[in-house]
Write a protein that binds this ligand. Structure first.
Ligand code: HEM
Length: 406
């Protein structure tokens, strides 16, 4: 029988320890085999216990099981100050249907084929502009010099940030993403007020001067007359920024790193550019960029693999572990850009399945295809074991990716 392991067991697995964050895959392997339901704690959630699921089938079931919800009365509150609620727990990713579905429908309408096609044109243009600026033979940091500006441009286009204000917007986005870890919750909350005011200004400008962008779409009522309130639009803009910015640049950089450390796969892709579509799916599966979803709460007591999960407990599916489960994928630790089928859950599943999945796929495809099209003999400028990851729980993000352009 499988028993729950927790921090008091002989050889505990600490999800935010330096060893785990440096290379989580051997730990995921142990969790799947020895403790598929694992009770532990995470620094940022304080003393609250969490349960993590590591097997593919369990993760898929959790994301579609109505017993697990984002809001459960009486569950321990998430440590978020009142002033940050509008842009965090008030967003749809922290809500359940039907409130979640109402918001999701209203925002999905704004992702019209026309608005998305415009974004694809911008991604083509911005990647080409960046590549034009690179000198053959030079060494660049692919994270800051290439991967990062791509989603910054896309998100700026989505919400109508003019060219001249993009650096300022980029700084504001960094504050939204890293502010709490970097400055502590109080300072971040105070700084955020200015960012919220700026978003309100963007909304006011679009009311006066509509465009063919996503923000304009968010201002329009649906056929049934329902519409987002001003605060709901602010919350949605923050969610799109937070969900679409760090994820995408991280996947692009992790994808390039995976290709450069698997030269046979890179050679295959260079020889057959059409493989970029399955290659992006394999990058999403293999790199394990996002460790798990936002916290889910158990609305009732649940028993799984002999472990009792109490009502109100936080339960998180470890998506990155599920995607390396040998029960679901043949040779899961092999990076194979032709893998088929590839039913990874890097975008999760169920109600909260990533709204931007197709946009993210497009951005990653164009970014990587154009980069290797232009510099087919691209090389890592450091040894593979010198690549370091930012020590962030549930994230796998490179500090930098130095490459030589050839
Ligand atoms: C490769 C890049 C991306 C990855 C790996 C990714 C992954 C995910 C995952 C795992 C979730 C589920 C989170 C949860 O259940 O707690 C999610 C949700 C979401 N993603 Fe993405 N995402 C990416 C890019 C984007 C982009 C570009 C956008 C839009 C601009 C976006 C918008 C969203 C939104 C709005 C949600 C919440 C959906 C809901 O609550 O119904 N994502 N994403």
């Amino acid at each position: 029988m499988t028993t729950v392991h927790d921090a008091s067991s002989g050889d505990p697995i600490i999800l935010d320890s330096p060893e785990f964050l440096a290379d989580p895959f051997p730990f995921y392997d142990r969790l799947r085999r020895e403790a598929p339901v694992y009770r532990t704690k995470l620094g940022y959630l304080g003393d609250t216990e969490i349960y993590v699921l590591s097997r593919y089938t369990d993760c898929v079931e959790l994301t579609t099981d109505p017993r697990f919800r984002r809001v459960v009365e009486g569950a321990p509150p998430l440590p978020i100050p009142e002033s940050l609620k509008l842009i965090s727990t008030d967003t749809m990713i922290f809500k359940d249907d039907p409130e979640h579905l109402r918001l999701r429908k209203l925002v999905s309408r704004a992702f019209t084929p026309r608005a998305v096609a415009r974004l694809a044109d911008r991604v083509e243009a911005v990647t080409n502009e960046l590549l034009d600026g690179f000198t053959p033979g030079a060494t660049v940091d692919l994270v800051t010099d290439y991967a990062l500006p791509i989603p910054v441009t896309v998100i700026s286009e989505m919400v109508g940030v003019p060219e001249g204000e993009r650096t300022q917007f980029h700084d504001a986005m960094n504050l939204v993403i890293d502010g709490v870890t970097k400055y502590g919750i109080e300072k971040a909350a105070a700084e955020m007020e200015g960012v919220i005011d700026y978003v309100r200004e963007l909304i006011a400008r679009r009311r006066d001067d509509p465009a063919e962008d996503i923000l304009t779409g968010l201002l329009h009522p649906a056929e049934d007359g329902d519409r987002l309130s001003e605060d709901e639009i602010v919350a949605m803009v923050f969610l799109l920024v937070a969900a679409g910015y760090e994820t995408t640049y991280t996947v692009i950089a992790n994808g390039v790193a995976a290709l450069l450390t698997h030269p046979d796969q890179l050679a295959k892709l260079t020889a057959q550019p059409a493989l970029i579509t399955p290659a992006v799916e394999e990058i999403l599966r293999y790199t394990g960029t996002i460790g798990g979803t936002k916290p889910n709460f158990s609305s009732t007591e649940v028993e799984l693999h002999g472990v009792r999960i109490p009502r109100g407990a936080i339960v998180i599916p470890l998506l990155a572990s599920a995607n390396r489960d040998p029960e679901a994928f043949e040779n899961p630790d092999v990076f194979d850009i032709t893998r088929s089928p590839n039913f990874h859950i890097a975008f999760s599943k169920g109600q909260h399945f990533c709204l931007g999945a197709n946009l993210a796929r497009m951005e990653t495809r164009v970014a990587i295809a154009n980069l290797i099209g232009r510099f087919p003999d691209l090389r890592l400028a450091v040894e593979p074991d010198e690549l370091e990851f930012v020590p962030l729980p549930f994230w796998r993000r490179l500090n930098s990716l130095p490459v030589t352009l050839n």
